[in-house]
Every structure is written in C-alpha cells, then in structure tokens.
Ligand binder design. Structure first.
Ligand SMILES: *Cc1c(COP(=O)(O)O)cnc(C)c1O
Length: 497
C-alpha cells in the first residue's frame, strides 16, 4: 500500500514521502501528514529478535513507501553505523522503578542524532528520486541540540548547504562550543540576539518569503528544513519506541500486548508525536506523558484546551525544552479535529495572529492518549539527585523533567503500567547543571567546562564521550552574531545572493 502525504491545512495532497521529505514544510504553511496511518505488518513478538536496524527498516518502510528496499536499507546502514557508541544505537537501562531509553549515543550526545543521522540520507536519496536540480539549503533554528545534530548530519553532504541559527544566550556552554567549532565547507552557524521562538518564527517567515524563494530558485537553490516538522525526522523517531517494546519483551519485563507508558521530555512535540504515531500503528501504549519544564504551555493546553504562548519565556536548565510554540502539535490538532484542514488552519491562524487558540469540547476526546505534567526547575534538579543517590545512575536535566513527571503521573493516576522515560541527552551535555543538582553547589559561570565534565565523571563513572573530549582543542570556526531582523540578510549573504 502506498502512503501519500497531505498538508494539515489542506493546500496539498497526494504527495509522495520523498517529496515531502524534500520540501519539509507545505506551501500553505501546514505540515505533511500521512493521508492514512499504516499498521504494523509484523507481530509484537517478532520484535524480540530484531536489532535496531531491522526494526528501523520494518517500521520506516510502512511510511516511506516510495523509497525502494535497497534505498531505505542503504539509508539505515549509513545512519546507524559506528557513529553510535553502543552496538545497537540506543540502550534501555533500568534505574529504581523506571526504565530509561537512552537516545544519546550518537555524535552530538542528544536524541536529535537518532533522526538527523538519517535525514540527510533520506534527503539526498529524495533529490535523486525527484531529479531535483537545485542545491538544497537546510535552514534551521535550534534551541541547542537540533542545530549541532543537523550540522553533523549534513556536513559535506554533496548537493546540500546548511545554515543554523541559535539563540545567543539560550544554549549550554557545551552546546555552543559544539556549534561554533563545526567543520565542513557547506556549514554556516549564526548566533541570534533573541530566544529560540524568535529564531524559529523568523526561520518560518524566511521559508515563506516568496520573493526570496524566487531569487534563490534563479540561483539554483531551494530551501528545506531539518527541523522536527520534516517527516524525514518524525518517521525515524517512531523506531525507538517500537524497538524499546521489543527489548522489554525480550527481557521478560512485559508480556506480549501489555500496554506501557512512555514519558517524554517535550519541547517542539516531535518526539512524543512519534510515540503517538507508533501507538496508532499498533504499539500497545497506555499513555504518553507529555513532560514540560517551567515553560508549561503544553501542560496548560492539556489542562484547559487553550494554547496560549503569550507569557514570559523562562530560561531553564533544560534549554532544549524552552519553547513556547510547539510546531508539531499542529499534527495532533489536525487529528483532534477529525482531519479537518479548514479548522486546523483557523486555529493555527489564531496562533500566528494572536498567539493563542482554544479547541472545542468535542476535540478534547483526542486528549485520551496523553497526560500533561510539568516539573519546575527545583523539582528536576532534585530528581537528578534522588535518582543518583538511590541508584548511582546519572540523568541529564531534560530527562530529569520527564522522570519527575513520570512519578507524578503514576502517583496521580495510580497506573501500574511499566513506564519508560525517554532519555534525550547525555548528562555531559549539561554537566554544570547536573553537577549542581547532585551536589547542591552552583558551578561558577566562568568555570572551565572540561573541569566540570571531569568532576561529573568522578561521580558517574560513565566514560566521557568523544563528543566532549573532541571539543578541547577544536578551533572556533563560526563567530557571526546578528539581530533577529538581520537573519534574512545573513541567509542571503551566506548564499552569495
Ligand atoms: C529537542 C530536545 C527535546 C524536545 O524534543 P521535541 O521533539 O522538540 O519535543 C528534549 N530534550 C532534548 C535533550 C532535546 O534535544
């Protein structure tokens, strides 16, 4: 069965997967969604014997139907190779009464690697398939992790260029170092004087700038997106939910068909949406717990039915979740309207014009698979400490938000289902705050980052990843800083327009 894609806002339909990957965003500003959700064509017990790559192939082929077997397998081989420092790309660990699905064993030690090691291969394959003659320009706004993972993924990939914008004071020291030391002849990194939402909304408006697109087309360029709105990112993310279920079955932790909970530290709603797609495709999931930090727009949305971004933007120690506009929520909204593009478009217009929308009572039936929780800064830090003291296991600040929310969910609902906390970053990526959580002592701002990671090593005894050690003597290659309203000019300049 062929799966085709359409826009959540109705402007496009019958788009093959490869073209949706290539375009990233629909022309009408909507997001590509499958016109029909496929179901697993394997049994759950078969999962026990599948390694990560096999699971990836069996899941992704159901949604990327216009990629041939050979193409897809080649993408998977190249994506999940020795870039990952564990044999099967991800690991499931148990600490106390929680399971942690570690998705940070790739090159940039955050879960974005799971999809962004794959996307460039899906995209270059799509370029060939669609005989696209333009150089693809990946334009990305990042709250810290996407940018670096995209830079690594696209670095020196022929036929592509990548431009990354990050909020100048909104990322961790390690994140910043990772980006400004990025190699590659086709990479450009720009710091913006603003927050992540500023970067993201400006990138969206650059995308939708007709005049600029035409000028670019004349010069042989076409924009695409590596942000989590691209289905080429969403689809690879479904895989690890399915894989985790297989591992739990293989370990005898659950019986076939038993429903489990996934608790997901959420920002742009991409990761958790992939979990939801996994459920719709047949994975037994009783609840997807949407964990937010102090920027609890999503928690409020699940409580009240009102999405309202008009509020103070809080900088937290889980910066990759410091987001007020969760782009991928549009895909859930679309499903909650019963696939009504007109209604989805109206709600999204409310968001762009007034920064808010309210869903109708009947749409709230769509909440049933989700539970919204949030953990404030001190709760997250306290959770790092408690888990460390009880089990010796060290988690990062984003995972801590989820672990805290997972406990709250179980306490409030009385759920006995096994729960898996999605672990999205290595503690080394946010070493100073993790250390603060454990010791209660603030690390001074000007402290040498490598001293901090060494201290964390002394506590966690987990090997320092090359992603950290490799930064020590890396030269700074990117020092451009701009205002929000100069971002478009920065793009033009970088492309020589
Ligand atoms: C991106 C990111 C998140 C949020 O994921 P979304 O898909 O944007 O919801 C959480 N934790 C870390 C470490 C991240 O990099």
């Amino acid at each position: 069965m062929d799966i085709l894609y359409k826009s959540t806002r109705g402007g496009e339909e019958n788009v093959p997967a490869s073209l949706a990957v290539l375009k990233g965003l629909c022309d009408d500003g909507g997001l590509f969604v499958p016109m029909k959700m496929p179901e697993f064509d394997f049994t759950l017990s078969e999962l026990k014997d599948m390694d990560y790559k096999t699971t990836a192939y069996r899941v992704m082929r159901l949604l990327l139907t216009d990629y041939s077997e050979e193409e897809l397998k080649s993408c998977i081989e190249r994506a999940y190779d020795e870039k990952f420092d564990v044999p099967d790309a991800v690991e499931l660990k148990k600490a106390g009464d929680q399971y942690f699905l570690e998705l940070f064993h790739g090159k940039t030690i955050a879960f974005k690697d799971m999809a962004l090691s794959m996307l460039p291969h899906l995209m270059t394959t799509a370029i060939k398939k669609n005989k696209a003659d333009k150089e693809v320009v990946i334009l990305t706004a990042t709250s810290g992790d996407t940018g670096k993972a995209a830079l690594e993924g696209f670095c020196d990939v022929p036929g592509t260029r990548i431009i990354v914008f990050y909020p100048k004071d909104g990322v961790s020291k390690i994140q910043k170092l990772q980006m400004v030391t990025q190699k590659g002849g086709n990479t450009k990194v720009v710091a913006v004087k603003g927050n992540f939402d500023d970067c993201q909304s400006m990138v969206k408006s650059i995308f939708n700038d007709r005049e600029l697109s035409e000028e670019m087309a004349q010069k042989g360029f076409a924009f695409s997106s590596a942000n989590s709105i691209n289905i080429g990112r969403l689809v690879p993310q479904i895989v690890y939910y399915v894989y985790a279920y297989g591992r739990l079955l293989a370990d005898g932790a659950i019986k076939e068909g038993e429903r489990i909970v996934f608790t997901v530290p959420t920002g742009n709603f991409g990761n958790i949406l992939a979990g939801y797609y996994a459920k719709l495709m047949g994975l037994p999931v009783s609840k997807l717990v949407c964990a937010s930090n102090d920027n609890k727009v999503l928690y409020d949305f699940f409580e009240t039915g009102i999405y309202d971004k008009n509020r103070e933007f809080v900088l937290t120690c889980s910066p990759s979740m410091d987001i007020l506009v969760s782009s991928n929520l549009e895909r859930l909204i679309y499903m909650m309207t019963g696939c009504d593009s007109k209604k989805t478009g109206e709600l999204m217009r409310g968001l762009s014009e007034k920064g808010r929308y309210e869903i109708s009572e009947d749409m709230k039936a769509g909440y049933k698979d989700f539970a919204g929780f949030y953990a404030a800064e001190d709760e997250a830090l306290d959770t790092i400490k408690k888990i460390y003291e009880k089990t010796g296991y060290v988690i990062d600040t984003h995972t801590a938000v989820a672990a805290a929310c997972d406990h709250k969910y179980r306490e409030q609902s009385g759920s006995r289902d096994l729960s898996v906390v999605i672990s999205t970053a290595s503690p080394y990526k946010f070493a100073a705050d993790v250390l603060y959580g454990i010791t209660g002592k603030r690390v001074p701002d000007d402290e040498d980052v490598f001293k901090v990671t060494d201290e964390l090593y002394a506590l966690s005894k987990t090997k320092l990843p090359p992603a950290v050690t490799g930064l020590k003597d890396a030269p700074i290659l990117h020092d451009t800083v701009c205002e929000k309203n100069e971002m478009k000019e920065a793009v033009r300049k970088s492309l020589g327009l």
